[in-house]
Design a protein around this ligand. Structure first.
Ligand SMILES: O=P(O)(O)OC[C@H]1O[C@@H](O)[C@@H](O)[C@@H](O)[C@@H]1O
Length: 574
């Protein structure tokens, strides 16, 4: 089958971009002559040695690596212990600042030597800009998905600690709860000072763009429909649908997850005169928050992109773990989250026997059920999920609403488009069907935490009335129908489904819109006022419309011309 799903969407623009170390070092060499300070600040995940070796070629009179100015690794452990916690999966969101990683005496001595230097100075490493205000500031960025690949290959070190030998889940936990928060806070403070952005995702093929090009890319993305770069990962329950549909690596055992819109973790590509520059898409959220999110959304969520779209593929795979997500207060008290992991499952594809587990059966005895889950966690019992949880047969276009506290999981042989709030780690597994994780070990079960957040009022009656296919027609016209499909009234996301064979006008209404083409081969997104370039979208592609776009028109296109297509759109309820 020929896949139409685009895996490398890029925003095209003209600007300044160069590629290759020779070109980059030669350009920067011209800016590093005489009495001048150049700082190369960076994110985690970069190859420190590779970058240091390249910048040493500039033969500066003084070269400072900020790692030599940091407190010791054991002091970093102490500094971060409260946020790392003893839990194997969950930490607490850190409020540490990057300046706390510096040994003050060493920092002062370095600052003195920079002040006294008569020639060129290079300061390299995390927080380089905190050592001295540079004449030229370069930021070596790294998207989180690439960092995770490097963590798995033991190639990445954490902020102030070399934890590359630790299991991936520990490295990820330190990144998510501490390092990336610390570095994002620092990056937000220096965006406007950065002269050049450096992309070293592809080893040996670095790219550099300048400040004007960076902002031209941000301006364009914040004013047009765009896509982020999707990424895919195997899972213990993973399936085979995405492999074919998206033409993924056939040699992989399966693909479970497809992350199509998690801007904290996805990349954004800028195609600058045919040089494709990769950066974390969160740069757009941080530099264009009100244009992208909309002012009322920014007022509520700050610089968090609150909507997540991802795929869960269980076709010829298994059931997800039977699970529950924390209530808002629990997530706030225990993990320092501002909002919790509210979810929904939009069914993209379903084989004949597909089903979703959701909500408790009416009349279950909570004490007996919890006792059995406890025993199952100890390995003393095989938990009978069907006895306690509603198992609902499903078909394409069903929409299940899953507010925090709802027991749930997708069964095998379905493709779920998750339309959820952004947090995605906070899954309390209650039962994992006696199955091992991909590393051959049982995955952590959290019955004790689950007990504290399970919504026992969510029985069969409640589930059927409030969580399954709560569909209502809200508007229609010639050749189109708009339906509200959710989410539940205790979740902040609004979803609208449009079924159409003729053009449909949409309004962002001061919220970022996230959409997916859930039926039909191809549509085109256009501006009624020619304010942005038209964008073609194929089946299953997720795309983002910044709030600042205000009005946009979607119609069937190409192979779908004149045929019926269906989009699902999510926005923040204001
Ligand atoms: O990998 P398991 O725990 O089976 O779950 C798979 C996924 O299920 C979904 O409903 C979400 O809650 C995800 O956060 C979770 O990762």
């Amino acid at each position: 089958m020929l896949s139409t799903y685009k895996k490398k969407p890029a925003i095209g623009l003209n600007g300044f971009a160069i590629e290759g170390w020779n070109a980059i070092i030669s350009l920067l060499g011209k800016r590093s002559i005489g009495r001048c300070v150049m700082a190369i600040d960076c994110y985690t995940g970069i190859d420190h040695e590779e970058l240091q070796n390249q910048f040493l070629k500039l033969e500066s009179d003084l070269f400072i690596h900020t790692k030599d100015l940091f407190i010791s690794e054991s002091e970093v452990e102490v500094l971060t212990a409260r946020f790392m916690t003893d839990d194997v999966l969950f930490g607490y969101n850190s409020n540490i600042s990057l300046s706390e990683y510096f040994d003050l005496d060493k920092l002062k001595a370095a600052q003195k030597s920079v002040g006294e230097a008569s020639g060129s100075v290079i300061i390299f490493g995390h927080g380089a800009q905190l050592v001295a205000v540079a004449d030229t500031l370069i930021y070596a960025d790294m998207p989180r998905w690439e960092i995770q690949q490097r963590m798995r290959r033991q190639e990445a070190t954490a902020l102030g600690i070399d934890n590359s030998r630790e299991p991936f889940s520990f490295q990820y936990k330190r990144g998510l709860f501490n390092d990336w928060r610390v570095l994002d806070k620092h990056k937000r403070a220096i965006y406007h000072n950065v002269d050049y952005w450096l992309d070293t995702v592809a080893h040996d093929s670095p790219k550099l763009i300048d400040r004007q090009t960076f902002y031209a890319g941000m301006d364009k993305a914040a004013a047009s429909p765009f896509r982020v770069v999707p990424f895919f990962d195997p899972a213990p329950w993973g399936g085979q649908w995405m492999k074919d549909e998206f033409a993924l690596d056939a040699s992989k055992v399966n693909y479970g997850w497809g992350f199509d819109c998690v801007p904290e973790e996805n990349s954004l590509l800028l195609d600058v005169n045919n040089i494709v520059f990769e950066m974390p898409s969160v740069n757009l959220v941080y530099t264009k928050s009100s244009e992208l999110l909309g002012k009322p959304v920014e007022a509520r969520f700050g610089m968090d992109f609150p909507i997540r779209f991802d795929f869960l593929d269980t076709v010829n795979g298994g059931n997800l773990s039977l699970q529950v997500h924390p209530t808002t207060q629990y997530a706030r008290d225990n993990f320092g989250l501002h909002y919790t992991q509210d979810e929904s499952y939009y069914i993209m594809e379903a084989k004949e026997n597909a089903h979703v587990y959701i909500g408790l059966k009416t009349g279950v005895d909570r004490h007996v059920m919890m006792d059995e889950l406890d025993k199952a966690e100890q390995g003393d019992l095989v938990f009978d999920a069907d006895k306690y949880v509603n198992k609902i047969p499903t078909k394409k276009h069903d929409h299940f609403l899953i507010p925090a506290g709802t027991i749930h999981c997708s069964g095998m042989n379905a493709v779920v488009l998750e339309i959820s709030s952004t947090p995605n780690l906070f899954t309390f597994k209650l039962w994992d069907w006696q199955r091992l994780g991909l590393d051959g070990k049982p995955r952590p079960i959290n019955v004790q935490r689950g007990k504290q957040v399970l919504n026992w009022d969510c029985d069969t009656t409640y589930t059927n009335a409030q969580l399954v296919n709560n569909v209502e027609v809200v508007a229609q016209g010639h050749g189109w129908v708009e339906e509200k499909t959710g989410l539940h009234n205790s979740e902040f996301i609004e979803t609208r489904r449009h079924t159409f064979s003729s053009p449909v006008i949409h309004y962002t209404q001061e919220s970022v819109n996230v959409l997916n083409l859930v039926d039909g081969e191809e549509i085109i997104v256009e501006s009624p006022t020619d304010a942005f370039e038209p964008m073609i979208i194929h089946y299953a592609e997720t795309f983002i419309i910044p709030a600042a776009v205000e009005a946009y028109c979607i119609r069937p296109h190409g192979l779908s011309e004149g045929k019926e297509c269906i989009t699902i759109k999510a926005s923040v309820r204001i």
